[in-house]
Design a protein around this ligand. Structure first.
Ligand code: IMP
Ligand code: MG
Length: 178
């Protein structure tokens, strides 16, 4: 199993590099939100590991977090289908509140564009997006994240929450599929 995994993936970002970047992102967020309460909405499933590490840093940086999740889907295997459907909405009341929307990766931009529109429709005063990874070459709609950890090339990546057909989410690092 481990042998098979080594054959199919190549390390792109190691644990230390990821954690160091998250600490800097949290410090950047704290410049805006220290001492404030922030509604943080993660897009499942890919965000779970990044979000868990990010909000622990945010705690140390003095941000109060009200956490919730939404589930949106568009992927089959390694290809985006182009349609984004809402599988599970968040239940937080965001009316008049700033929201931090968190995802693992900004790819075509459709997921985050859809999610931020939904949150604005629910009355959020402002929707700020934060992603660990950004593939600018893949953008299909005009959308940028205010906070992005690493810009990467157009390669399919796995690990640290990101999957290939449900596998590899548990990897503590990010790797490319060969
Ligand atoms: P978008 O709507 O195309 O921006 O896609 C965003 C979603 O697609 C992310 O939340 C991921 O779940 C998934 N995704 C995009 N690129 C990759 C990748 O390289 N590996 C794994 N999942 C990906
Ligand atoms: Mg996702």
């Amino acid at each position: 199993m481990l042998k098979a995994m080594k054959k199919t993936t190549t390390l792109l970002l190691d644990e230390t590099t990821i954690q160091a970047r998250i600490a800097v992102m949290s410090a950047d967020l704290a410049r805006e939100y220290r001492g404030h309460e922030l509604a943080v909405i993660g897009i499942l499933t890919g965000c779970f590991m990044f979000l868990a590490d990010l909000i622990r840093c945010m705690h140390h940086d003095g941000i109060l977090v009200r956490l919730d999740f939404m589930i949106l889907g568009s992927y089959k295997s390694t290809e985006s289908t182009g349609r984004v459907n809402l599988v599970k909405d968040s239940t937080l009341d965001v009316r008049g509140q700033p929201v931090l929307l968190v995802d693992d990766i900004l790819d075509t931009g459709r997921t985050l564009q859809t999610a931020s529109a939904l949150l604005r429709d629910k009355g959020a005063s402002r929707v700020t997006t934060c992603v660990l990874l950004d593939k600018p070459a893949r953008r299909a709609v005009p959308f940028e994240a205010e906070y992005a950890g690493f810009a990467i090339e157009n390669r399919f990546v796995v690990g640290y929450g990101l999957d290939y057909n449900g596998l590899y989410r548990e990897l503590p690092y990010i790797a490319t599929m060969d």
